[in-house]
Structure formats: structure tokens, C-alpha cells
Design a protein around this ligand. Structure first.
Ligand SMILES: Nc1ncnc2c1ncn2[C@@H]1O[C@H](COP(=O)(O)OP(=O)(O)OP(=O)(O)O)[C@@H](O)[C@H]1O
Length: 278
């Protein structure tokens, strides 16, 4: 019986708890330091180049912010990484060996790339706990034959993720009754249940209150280094906060216009002209 009742959450399974963020090494070869390589990616829609020879790589464990004006190609880039859109030309690799342009969306998700869309898509008629449980059950790597041992681990993981996404104490609430920000966190939690190596977050703080935005920055800080994370966001204060001196990439007209620390890109004349100075 798939028993992960709420009261079990408080129970100590007695099993040795692994620290959150354990990396599953199998599958993705990051021996050269990068988890994602995009090279010369072009995507055209009716002759219009949404991506124009886009080249970008993300280091394993990096948190990279991607900014750029409307229509710069940010969503199209995410679509290429997740297999939703096939590029006309160019290469896209997950680690050294996994050619994303030859994999289906499902294969890419199973290989360890999780994407959160701008609008939360939680199961509103189910509780917070059930949402996390369902997300875990969709993880094909969990072997049902080891059920009882897995059950203890599952409880631990749900407990860890509930704490991470700031929803401890809300596990019995229907997801539909959560605030917009809480739904966003729950969706991030659902992705985390599958332990993705690379998390893609599309405008995670859009529509959030200031307090929720701040808590989302804290959440990303907690995830920093445990997953590679790509954040597409328009909220510059938020980007400035989470980039923390790390690399920010500015997209414009389908390619990289500038890349560097937030301070560097904000001082870049081309960036000021096309975007920040508007
Ligand atoms: N399916 C499509 N058919 C035609 N044009 C498209 C399609 N998808 C995107 N485009 C165009 O490609 C360009 C890049 O769009 P994209 O959504 O990737 O930009 P974006 O940087 O994510 O913008 P925003 O910040 O507004 O979300 C835009 O001009 C858009 O109109």
C-alpha cells in the first residue's frame, strides 16, 4: 500500500538520512565542468529568427540568471533545452554526452532537467502533500519492489522539501487554496522531488508580493550548488539579489548580447541601450 500518511511525516524512519541535494551521478557526464552546452542554436519561425546562433554554457552547480527584453528568445531557449522546440541548427548537450536535440521531452525530463513554467500548474484539488507525493511517483527511478525502504526515504524527502519550500505546516491544505507565491514554491518542490540536476525557472517571482519574492530568493540560496539552476527573470532587483556576483547573461534578438556580473552587464553600453536604459 502506498502509505505516506500525514502523521508519518513526524515519525523518524530510523534510516540514515542522506543530506538534501544528494547528486545522482549516473547519466550526466559533467567531467569537464559544464552541465549544459548550447552552441550556434538557431530557431526560426516563418523566417524570423527567435534564436540566432545562440551559444551558452552553464557550469555544474551554477546559478545563472538570464535577462533580456521581451522577445529576446528566453522562452524559446528553454523550449530547446527541454525538447519542446527543435532547433534548425546548432548543438545542445546535457553534460558531455546527452544530445538534447535527439531526445524527447520525456527523456530529457528523466535525464534530470526540470522546468517550472511561469504560471504554476499544481493539482489544485489535491493537498500540498499529495502534490509532492504525486510528483515523486512520477519519478520512474523509484523501484516499487523496494517499497518499504523507499517509503521511509520518501517521507524524509517530502519532509525536507516541505521545509525547503516554506510549506511546513501546510501539507494538509488544498493546493488551490494556497497564495500565488506558495503555489510557485509547491511547483518548485514538485520538481525537487525528482532531484533534477538542472532546474529551469521561468520568471519565478512574477506576480509575487515583496515578502514572497524575498522568500523565493532565500529558497534559491538554499538550492544553490545542489542543483544547477537557470533563472529567467525580468525583476532586476531579484536578479541582482540572487546573482550574488555570479554570471548574468543578457539575451537580445536571439543571441547573447553580454555576459558577466550584474554590475558589469548593467554598465555595458549595449545593454543599457537595448534594455536596462529603456
Ligand atoms: N511559436 C512561435 N511562432 C512564431 N513566433 C514565435 C513563436 N514563439 C516565439 N516566437 C517569437 O520569437 C521571439 C522570441 O520569443 P520568446 O518568447 O522566446 O522571447 P522571450 O525572451 O521569452 O520574451 P518574454 O520576455 O516576453 O517572455 C518573439 O519575437 C516571439 O514573437
Amino acid at each position: 500500500m502506498a502509505k505516506t500518511a500525514l502523521h508519518d511525516l513526524g515519525a523518524d524512519s530510523g534510516e540514515a538520512r542522506q543530506p538534501y541535494g544528494r547528486i545522482k551521478p549516473e547519466g550526466v557526464d559533467t567531467s569537464h565542468g559544464a552541465i549544459l552546452y548550447l552552441e550556434d542554436i538557431t530557431v526560426s519561425f516563418d523566417g524570423f529568427r527567435a534564436l540566432n546562433k545562440l551559444s551558452l554554457d552553464i557550469s555544474d552547480g551554477e546559478l545563472r540568471c538570464i535577462i533580456g527584453p521581451n522577445g529576446a528568445g528566453k522562452t524559446t531557449m528553454m523550449d530547446v533545452i527541454t525538447g519542446k522546440t527543435r532547433p534548425d541548427s546548432g548543438t545542445a548537450y546535457f553534460g558531455q554526452t546527452l544530445d538534447l536535440t535527439r531526445m524527447s521531452e520525456v527523456q530529457i525530463a528523466h535525464a534530470g532537467i526540470g522546468r517550472k513554467f511561469q504560471r504554476p500548474t499544481v493539482f489544485e484539488q489535491h493537498t500540498v502533500f499529495e502534490n509532492l507525493e504525486m510528483a515523486m511517483k512520477m519519478d520512474k527511478r523509484v523501484r516499487p519492489t523496494l517499497f518499504f525502504r523507499i517509503s521511509g526515504e520518501q517521507r524524509d524527502r517530502i519532509r525536507e522539501v516541505l521545509a525547503l519550500i516554506r510549506l511546513e505546516g501546510h501539507e494538509r491544505r488544498l493546493a488551490g487554496l494556497l497564495s500565488h507565491g506558495q503555489k510557485q514554491w509547491l511547483e518548485i518542490g514538485m520538481l525537487l522531488m525528482q532531484e533534477p540536476r538542472l532546474l529551469l525557472l521561468d520568471e519565478p517571482v512574477a506576480g509575487m508580493s515583496d515578502a514572497e519574492t524575498e522568500r523565493t530568493a532565500e529558497l534559491l540560496d538554499d538550492l544553490r550548488g545542489k542543483h544547477s539552476i537557470v533563472v529567467v527573470e525580468h525583476d532586476m532587483a531579484f536578479v541582482n539579489h540572487i546573482a550574488r556576483g555570479g554570471k548574468v547573461t543578457v539575451l537580445h534578438e536571439g543571441s547573447v548580447l553580454a555576459q558577466g556580473s550584474m554590475r558589469e552587464v548593467q554598465a555595458d553600453e549595449r545593454v543599457i541601450e537595448v534594455y536596462l536604459g529603456r
